[in-house]
Write a new protein. Structure first.
Length: 812
């Protein structure tokens, strides 16, 4: 930000304030002492580590002639439509060049630091949003140190529980220097404008259709800056590990920290990989972000993953672009003006009120709208199918049996109030429990309330009820005696529509979580309104000659009430029974909470149920991710996913044991059966255990299941102790969580090569087609394990060298 001031003596001064990373680049080296610049940079860094918000100030003196010349040129380009269009497209233009010219060559005046404390309830609000399954990204203009400290203070960044991934100038440069990089290659020397220039050049090449030129531009730029190349390769490697379900990527929740340079570069060079890494992180902290970068990150997530819904929240003018780029914008009324509020969809006075907006109003409204939509589809399908099924009764003649009165009033007054009142007034849980159990919000994220499956369930319900109503009316009323001789088409339609309206309104009432007076009033009110319409039609011979006398004809006969009761019970009873069984045997979290509210159930039981649901949810996601993907199926991953998976593997081994014994002679030397492993590798594709990496875990698993090993043939005391412990436990006991937790760490401590070598010896004694296949897999496994062990040794040596270097530096 800058301001131009004319002094009393007629001279012109330009005063500029901004972030230290920008201001130190704009300063004039000839007018500032190097010691003073370094002192300001050091002091600002110290303040940032203490979570202060910093600002650097500078000025520049101009002559009146120089200012007049600059002003005349600036006024001309500001009015130039071509330059304005270029600036709007974020392309090089004279407007930005003249602004940079005025703000460069500054004399530094000093720096300031202010403590911008967190609002009340921010840490608690972020914790609730995280529990609700919402990924929180903190996009700020603060320095890296300040942003990290603020993130720690509000519990967004939890160290050391989280694995920290940093794409910042400091982190990349430190890594570059540790590997022998040159100081002239450091990323701190790269200006953010250089990335923008490369982006513009690549955009021009892509517009021309020359993708090769665009890639060449990026490649040449990376060749000049090895730090950026290393950052891109590291990001792509992380994304590959995440996609391939590497277990080490799941051992800890991850947090991503990046600054303004890498926001632009990673989004430009490896957009998809960057998005994969960012969305896999529990928290993302973007530092030194400009207002256009805030919007860029929001659009990156919104356009990169169509399944997500983004919400942008901010309180200042710099947040306007981000708020407008998100699906939903929330503005906070603060001290920085009302621009954010004016451009937002919702306005709140404090950040902590965001939890009420999302967890309370969001939950109730989403549930109400989804139920209303499903019920509207359901009641229309029910109404239409009853008429459609009647065509089979009348020989496919296309005769209409419903009056225009029923067709007109059905969706306007007779069945509209049930879904509408449900959406507006009904609440499955109280507001307090929405706060207490933010996991309720995941029902929307995971599409549990509205999905294709749930839609088809309601459509199947409508089909069944239409068939039930049609059959009951046709098979009973058609056999009754009427003054006209038989049941005519209009009487048939009146009976069917009467039952239809009652059943549709009862179905809406069943979906309610609590009985409300307004719903009871409209339920019976709409039904009696329909009876009045039938009465009016039956009394008007001139207007409705076909319905004249139908009211007295129907309601005076006891058989009508019997048919009405029978059709209603056959239609509604299955739904009520299924709902009762579901509530008893597979209750949802909302239903558990309702038990607490209504019956006074134990709150600890709800917490336990919540933990079970969380485990089941994690299991579903894990198995979905593992399916049809090559991955490192290590023992802790398999055991942590599900003991049930282990038990299923045991059953499959048992089922194939008899077949295997007929084709492959079991070895007395070791407890592994190549035939069993071959079966699992080729047949159990649903578990995604068919790759080389999977052989490692299955080898250990099969050893646990089979005969005992000869522990004396294994070298090493640690491995002998391991084999003895393995021999002393059955496969079923390993599936138990208590035994699993005790042994999984011990299994990891043993080198995988020990077991694979033993397997290799067994394969050499094996006959049949399994021999060559499993022997090849064993050799590949040994080579992979050997490479892993060599990499571990190299890493340990490098770590030891670093420790020695630190000790030497610390020694005076």
């Amino acid at each position: 930000m800058s301001v131009i001031v004319q002094m009393p003596d007629g001279s012109i001064c330009v005063y500029v304030k901004g972030a230290d990373s920008i201001m130190l680049e704009l300063q004039d080296p000839d007018c500032n002492e190097q010691r003073q610049v370094e002192q300001i940079a050091c002091q600002v860094g110290d303040w940032a580590e203490e979570a202060f918000r910093t600002m650097v100030f500078g000025y520049k003196e101009l002559t009146l002639e120089a200012f007049s010349q600059w002003m005349s040129e600036y006024e001309a380009v500001v009015e130039d439509p071509a330059q304005k269009e270029l600036r709007k497209k974020k392309q090089p233009n004279r407007i930005d060049e003249l602004q940079f010219q005025m703000e460069s060559g500054l004399v530094l005046q000093g720096a300031s630091a202010i403590e911008d404390g967190l609002q009340e309830g921010v840490p608690e609000a972020l914790a609730q949003l995280s529990d609700a399954g919402i990924h929180v990204w903190m996009i700020t203009g603060d320095k890296v140190g300040t942003a990290k400290n603020i993130a720690v203070a509000c519990n967004l960044l939890k160290l050391p529980e989280m694995k920290l991934i940093e794409f910042t100038k400091e982190a990349i440069d430190e890594n570059l220097l540790s590997k022998g990089g040159r100081t002239e290659d450091l990323t701190e020397r790269i200006s953010p404008s250089a990335i923008q220039d490369i982006e513009w050049r690549m955009m021009e090449a892509e517009k021309e259709g020359d993708l090769e030129k665009a890639n060449r531009i990026l490649g040449e730029f990376e060749a000049q800056h090895p730090g950026l190349l290393a950052a891109r390769m590291h990001c792509e490697a992380l994304a590959a590990n995440i996609v391939n379900c590497e277990s080490e990527m799941k051992s800890k929740p991850m947090a991503l920290v990046l600054d303004e340079l890498f926001i632009d570069f990673l989004a430009l060079s490896c957009r998809k990989a960057f998005l994969v890494v960012a969305q896999s992180c529990k928290a993302v902290i973007a530092c030194r972000a400009r207002k256009d970068q805030k919007a860029k990150l929001t659009r990156l997530v919104r356009e990169g993953n169509r399944e997500v819904v983004t919400l942008g929240v901010g309180d200042g003018a710099n947040d306007v672009e981000m708020i407008r780029a998100a699906h939903i914008g929330v503005g906070i009324i603060g001290k920085e003006g009302t621009q954010a509020v004016n451009n937002a969809d919702y306005a709140i006075s404090q950040f902590r009120y965001l939890t009420r907006l999302i967890l309370v109003y969001g939950h109730h409204e989403y549930r109400g709208i989804t139920l209303a939509a499903l019920l509207i589809f359901y009641k229309n399908i029910l109404f239409t199918l009853i008429q459609y099924l009647y065509t089979f009764v009348c020989g496919l003649s296309g005769t209409r049996n419903q009056s225009y009165t029923a067709i007109f009033w059905y969706n306007t007054a007779l069945t509209a109030f049930g879904p509408l009142l449900l959406a507006v007034f009904d609440k499955d849980v109280t507001d307090a429990n929405c706060y207490k159990f933010p996991q309720l919000h995941r029902q929307g994220i995971e599409h549990r309330l509205f999905s294709v499956k749930r839609f088809l369930v309601y459509m199947a319900k409508a089909v069944y009820e239409a068939v039930a109503i049609g059959l009951v009316v046709n098979l009973t009323m058609s056999r009754c005696d009427f003054p006209t001789g038989t049941l005519d088409v209009w009487l048939y339609g009146t009976i069917a529509v009467t039952i239809n309206i009652f059943v549709a309104n009862v179905s809406a009432s069943i979906e309610q979580s609590r009985m409300m007076g307004v719903t009871v009033f409209f339920f019976w009110g709409t039904f009696f309104f329909w009876l009045l319409l039938v009465l009016f039609n039956s009394l008007s011979l001139d207007l409705f000659p076909d319905y004249f006398g139908s009211f007295s004809l129907l309601f005076s006969r006891p058989v009508f009430y019997l048919v009405f009761l029978l059709a209603t019970v056959l239609s509604i009873l299955p739904t009520m029974m299924l709902k009762a069984l579901q509530r008893e045997w597979a209750p949802t979290l909302s239903q558990f909470i309702q038990d607490v509210q209504v019956r006074g159930a134990d709150a600890d039981a709800v917490e336990a149920a919540l933990e079970d649901m969380e485990k089941n949810r994690s299991l579903e996601l894990e198995l979905k991710t593992m399916k049809n993907r090559p991955h490192d199926a290590q023992v802790p991953e398999l055991m942590n996913v599900s003991p049930q998976l282990v038990e299923d593997m045991e059953k499959e081994l048992e089922r194939t044991r008899s077949v295997v014994l007929n084709t492959v002679s079991p070895s007395t030397d070791a407890g592994s059966e190549p035939g069993s492993l071959s079966f699992l590798r080729t047949g159990n594709t649903q578990r995604s255990i068919r790759s080389l990496a999977g052989i490692r875990a299955l080898t250990i698993c099969d050893q646990l299941h089979g005969p005992s090993y000869d522990s004396q043939s294994v070298n090493g005391e640690a491995q002998q102790e391991l084999i003895m412990k393995i021999n002393s436990h059955s496969w079923r006991s390993i599936a138990a969580p208590s035994k699993m937790d005790q042994l999984k760490n011990q299994i990891l401590e043993a080198k995988p090569s020990t077991i694979l070598k033993k397997m290799s010896q067994t394969f050499k004694k094996t006959d049949g087609s399994a021999k060559s296949m499993m022997e090849a897999q064993s050799k590949k496994g040994l080579s992979v394990v050997k490479e892993m062990e060599e990499e571990e040794e190299v890493a340990k040596k490098e770590e030891a060298k670093k420790e020695e270097a630190k000790e030497e530096e610390a020694t005076p």
